[in-house]
Design a protein around this ligand. Structure first.
Ligand code: ADP
Ligand code: ZN
Ligand code: ZN
Length: 817
């Protein structure tokens, strides 16, 4: 009998590739093991065994495999099942899913660069002959490819040698090595509590009259803390009192001053000692019970809890319960919310059992986490990670938490698989009969809608922890402020006054400026109006080359206007303003205060993001100017005012979710204000203070927002009422994409009629020299999603069989929102 295996290789092939194996190999191999297989003329890939069978392929002669790379599977059967679901649902190949799933350390391939691991000294005697040859070669050449190694050893089968070298830590695959971020500790002093009373204080100063230098330091300490109303740094005190730090040390030794450090995770000087107590307050305890009850009848529940209501502590209780049952927990959150703050908070509770899976980790560390989960080690019971952590080798999950479930970053846009980690997590949980808890202060419409359909359970938590008040949100009318000349740059007098007051009280300010998307939307400088598409209820975008305003969904177009269609003003703006400009303006308005900026530019470096967070926590920054990044689950004690410079450019963003997103973003950013006893204040500058969304934001009225938005989704046929699939065609030759897209859309229209929109150019129609065309398909609930996808695949295959179109790249994006 002949034996074959079907293998998944990390390239986008429609079908699995079949290879021939011997009967002994058939005996040994199991699905999920890696094999090295030849592909094409010269390439060798690492593939994953999908299944073993006896059917020779009919279209080609099966080649032999090169090598078996594992003794036991590295991908388990649950994963293979999930991969299949992802490939089917998101219309991509198993190869795409494999590539997204496996840390690159697992997929040695022709293009991989191999480098010497300089961190480790390897003795020649520790290496076998073939290993030594490679190691030696890496002394002379900084990196080698698989092919080079094949030449050096003069043999085809080199992957086992490389795997041995990796295991010995002698080589690594080229990638950035992640260094753990160590926040610097800043040393502060405060007056010892003995001297809290007036009387004791007088006595102290009297006593010190014989030590004038020490007395001087104490007096300086008073004036510094009165001036800045902030904790006093040792370095500042030494400088201001013009003494050496040894005198300060003496005061500390004499118990007059007390030293302490502020670290990243918690600021302690406010004296809230019981912070790590795990006792839930009554609201939290009630919510926890409700979640448990809800899980009795629902696989998935949504915890809708206002910002700072203490959702994390509730998760912690559920995690404890799950661990007691001996099961694994997956805790998903947006990459950017995966901060040291949260990691150390969980480590405080669960110690070693917490494993973090992070895109910034080296492939080494990722392989290690993978193996720990695969082996169900006690080191990896709670897996904390962003999107791709849903692809790890779980074997008995009990609970999945998706925190900030409304976040767009759970959806992968490019490359395939274009999966949504929240939705994938729910499927994964169902394999294990595990429960999924979604958490958010501002749930996505689709999740909330699922609770209203009773598909998911719903638990509400409406009080902030410690009875902290929700921030007071007010709107500032920009139209009025400009008219009355109350603006300085982009700042209204109201905002400037509030900032000044907050800063002089010693509190911090966060200023939020929306990151302008790619789409140039026109807005009137006088009244804030942006032209809208009459069919789609989204803003029109400006296309310079045709001097038109176009809808990038349906293609509706009109000539670019010279004056505002609402108020007639000729002052139209399509440029917007960024965080950098705001930063410059703030520096001019408040020269005595330190300004920090948090956006893509300033957080690019490895620890850029954490450095800024730390600086804010340690109060080295008084005013932080930032984009969406400042909205993500940060817990700052001393921020009292949040200013939103312009709410309109969010509201006018050309996307059907613009209003929902604005609501979420504004409430999340507002949630950064006043997390302690001082009530926070939020000022939102806008041309449209009567905009429904802004009214709903200022009253924190999620229910009203939900109702309104669902009506619009219904009227304009958007998710979650309709489903959506977006098809993008790309090629460097404009005419080819254009004719291809027309052909494609026409074929779709024959089946789906008016539910097909486009083809339409996106606002930026040429990216990296490739022209783009989009086609959008709306799918009513009663239409079978499965059959719709089958029809699309058929059309897609016909398209790609036409000679002219074969070179056009087609991306399918299911749930493209
Ligand atoms: P959310 O995630 O809902 O925005 P957090 O879980 O971050 O809120 O909680 C807000 C703050 O309240 C945190 O500093 C947290 O440590 C504190 N907190 C919440 N619940 C408790 C509790 N039961 N005991 C002590 N502190 C708590
Ligand atoms: Zn106008
Ligand atoms: Zn339109």
């Amino acid at each position: 009998m002949l034996y074959f295996i079907d293998v998944i290789i990390p390239v986008p092939l429609q079908k699995l590739f079949t290879y021939r194996i011997t009967s002994a190999e058939a005996e040994f191999l199991k699905p999920g093991m890696r094999v090295a297989v030849p592909f094409g003329k010269t390439k060798i890939y690492t593939g994953i065994v999908h299944h073993i069978h006896n059917n020779a392929p009919t279209a080609y002669e099966a080649k032999d495999i090169e090598q078996i790379l594992d003794d036991t599977p590295i991908v388990n059967s649950w994963q293979l099942k999930l991969w299949q679901w992802i490939a089917d649902y998101y219309m991509c190949t198993l190869g795409d899913v494999m590539r997204a799933s496996l840390p690159s350390g697992f997929i040695l391939e022709s293009e991989t660069l191999i480098v010497k691991n300089n961190a480790k000294d390897i003795k020649d005697s520790d290496l076998e002959d073939d290993e030594f040859l490679i190691y030696e070669a890496l002394h002379h050449q900084s990196s080698l490819k698989i092919q080079d190694i094949s030449n050096i050893l003069d043999k085809k089968h080199v992957l086992p040698v490389l795997n041995r070298l990796i295991a010995k830590d002698a080589i690594t695959l080229q990638e950035d090595i992640y260094e753990t971020y160590k926040p610097k500790l800043v040393r502060y002093v405060k007056l010892h509590t003995t001297y809290n009373s007036e009387e004791q204080l007088h006595k102290l100063l009297d006593d010190l009259s014989r030590a004038p230098k020490q007395r001087e330091v104490v007096m300086t300490f008073f004036s510094l803390s009165a001036q800045t109303k902030k904790p006093v740094k040792v370095t500042d005190l030494a400088k201001a009192s013009d003494t050496s730090s040894s005198i300060i040390k003496t005061l500390i030794d004499k118990d007059i001053l007390e030293e302490y450090f502020i670290q990243t995770d918690r600021i302690q000087y406010q004296g809230e000692e019981n912070e790590d107590s795990k006792h839930l307050n009554d609201y939290q305890a009630a919510a926890l019970e409700e979640i448990k009850t809800s899980f009795e009848s629902h696989e998935v529940s949504l915890l809708h809890g206002v910002t700072s209501s203490g959702k994390t502590e509730i998760y912690v209780k559920l995690i404890e319960d799950t661990l007691k049952e001996g099961k694994q927990v997956l805790y998903l959150l947006p990459e950017i919310a995966l901060t040291t703050q949260l990691i150390s908070r969980l480590q405080e509770y669960f110690g070693e059992q917490v494993a973090v899976y992070h895109s910034k980790y080296s492939t080494h560390e990722r392989v290690e986490v993978w193996n720990n989960i695969l082996g169900d080690k006690s080191k990896a019971r709670i897996i904390l990670g962003a999107r791709s952590a849903v692809l790890l080798p779980f074997s008995h999950l009990g609970l999945i938490i998706v925190d900030e479930e409304h976040e767009q970053s759970f959806k992968q846009f490019d490359p395939a698989p274009r999966y949504h980690a929240r939705d994938t997590a729910i499927v994964l949980a169902s394999f294990f009969k595990a429960k999924t808890l979604l958490g958010s202060a501002t749930p996505s419409l689709e999740s909330y809608n699922n609770t209203q359909q009773n598909k998911y359970g719903l638990v509400e938590l409406n009080y902030r922890y410690n009875n902290v008040l929700m921030p007071d949100i007010s709107l500032v009318d920009l139209k009025d402020k400009y008219k009355r000349k109350r603006m300085k740059g982009h700042f209204s007098d109201t905002l400037i006054e509030e900032m000044a007051e907050t800063l002089h009280e010693g509190f911090q300010v966060i200023l939020f400026q929306n990151r302008r998307g790619f789409s140039p939307v026109i807005s009137c400088q006088t009244c804030g109006h942006s032209p809208q598409c009459p069919n789609c209820d989204v803003s029109l975008t400006f296309h310079q080359y045709r001097n038109q305003l176009r809808c990038h969904y349906c293609g509706y177009a009109m000539a670019m206007q010279n004056s505002c269609m609402a108020c007639g003003s000729p002052d139209l703006d399509n440029k917007g303003f960024g965080t950098e400009q705001i930063e410059a303006e703030v520096k001019e308005l408040f020269p005595d205060f330190k300004v920090g900026r948090m956006d893509l530019d300033t957080t690019r470096g490895k620890h850029g993001y954490e450095k800024i967070i730390t600086a804010l926590e340690q109060q080295e920054i008084d005013i932080l100017v930032g984009t969406q990044m400042v909205t993500k689950g940060l817990d700052f004690r001393n921020v009292k005012l949040v200013g939103v410079l312009n709410a309109d450019n969010m509201l006018n963003f050309p996307d059907f979710r613009a209003h929902e997103r604005s609501f979420q973003l504004l409430l999340q950013v507002a949630g950064r204000a006043g997390r302690t006893k001082e009530r926070g204040k939020v000022l939102i500058q806008t041309y449209n203070p009567y905009h429904t969304i802004l009214q709903q934001v200022s009253t924190n009225n999620y229910a009203a927002m939900y109702k309104d938005q669902m009506e619009e989704r219904y009227t304009f046929k958007y998710p979650p009422i309709y489903r959506q699939i977006k098809i993008t065609l790309k090629h460097k030759d404009y005419n080819r994409v254009e004719t291809g897209a027309i052909w494609y859309a026409k074929s779709l229209r024959q089946l789906f009629g008016n539910y097909v929109l486009g083809p339409e150019s996106p606002a930026i129609s040429r990216i990296r020299n490739q022209y783009h065309k989009n086609i959008l398909i709306k799918i009513p609930k009663e239409q079978s999603l499965q059959r719709t996808k089958e029809a699309i695949i058929k059309i897609n295959n016909s398209f790609l069989s036409i000679k002219d179109f074969r070179v056009v790249k087609v991306n399918l994006n299911v749930d493209n929102f």
